[in-house]
Design a protein around this ligand. Structure first.
Ligand SMILES: [Mg+2]
Length: 279
């Protein structure tokens, strides 16, 4: 298979990173070898980065605690999650009432809203996994049919667990869209606005940023859309056959995040092209 392995537009140009969490730093509770060391390398080299995730089962607070337990030294400001992005989006729109279709402690991101099932302005839909029942889904359906708008935290089809692939939020959102003939607004990756907000938070122009992820639809297609350099890792949900089928191609493929420091070092040493786009 021909791979699109290209150099950054200017060698050494990558000054910051947007890093996907699930499948890049760990798969479920299994740490990916070299992930902690790579984060330490970025910190030592003063390379700014943010961790981006479509995970909707927890708040940033418990996600941070989880990452710290695994050995990552991080700050809450370095986490950018779909539920957090949704709360910012709803605030921007001056929304005050929501119904939460989420799990775990994700509700903590929505403490500034009135949570109600009585004519909420928005129904926030995340991954509810085993909580999914006909009654639950039907309640959501009725809300949307009576005017509540759907805000999907993400629309991923599936994700990788230790026991195999697992159905994700996108399947539930699609079911509600089909039944109601209405479309959900999608907040998480690959939504361009999700990446643009994270880029803004890092304070670097997109041409100096790379996104690294295991998901071609979310991370790579999303990153391509906003002009980021895109790096796919062959861990987590990455499947070679997807590359063959998809139009989405990353700028670079690395076996795992463990290879990132050596790759960044090699970029620094690379001789610049004589003119932009030149060989
Ligand atoms: Mg991922």
């Amino acid at each position: 298979m021909k791979r699109k392995n290209v150099q950054p537009r200017v060698p050494g140009d990558i000054k910051g990173l947007l890093i996907d969490i699930d499948g890049v730093l760990y798969v479920e509770k299994q740490l990916i070898r070299g992930a902690v060391e790579t984060i330490e390398y970025l910190q030592k080299e003063n390379i700014p980065f943010m961790l981006l995730t479509n995970t909707t089962r927890r708040s940033r607070y418990s996600l941070l605690a989880n990452l710290q337990q695994m050995g990552f030294r991080l700050d809450i400001e370095q986490l950018y999650t779909a539920p957090y992005a949704a709360s910012l989006w709803l605030k921007e729109k001056n929304v005050s009432t929501v119904c939460l279709f989420v799990r775990g402690d994700t509700y903590r991101e929505f403490k500034d809203f009135h949570v109600t099932t009585n004519k909420p302005e928005y129904l926030v839909i995340g991954d509810i996994a085993e909580d999914l029942t006909y009654a639950y889904l039907n309640q959501a359906f009725r809300l949307v049919m009576s005017g509540t708008r759907m805000l999907a935290l993400q629309k991923n089809r599936y994700w990788q667990t230790n026991t195999g692939l697992a159905l994700d939020t996108g399947a539930v959102v699609a079911a509600l869209e089909y039944a109601t003939r209405k479309r959900a607004i999608v907040i998480g990756k690959p939504n361009a606005a999700f990446f643009q907000h994270a880029v803004k938070k890092l304070g670097l122009p997109p041409q100096h940023l790379a996104v690294i992820g295991d998901d071609l639809e979310s991370d790579i297609a999303g990153g391509n859309k906003v002009g980021l350099y895109t790096i796919a890792v062959e861990t987590g949900k990455f499947r070679d056959d997807l590359l063959r089928r998809k139009k989405t191609m990353p700028d670079q493929i690395l076996p795992s995040i463990a290879e990132l420091p050596a790759w960044l070092e090699a970029q620094k040493r690379a001789v610049p092209a004589p003119f932009p786009g030149g060989e």
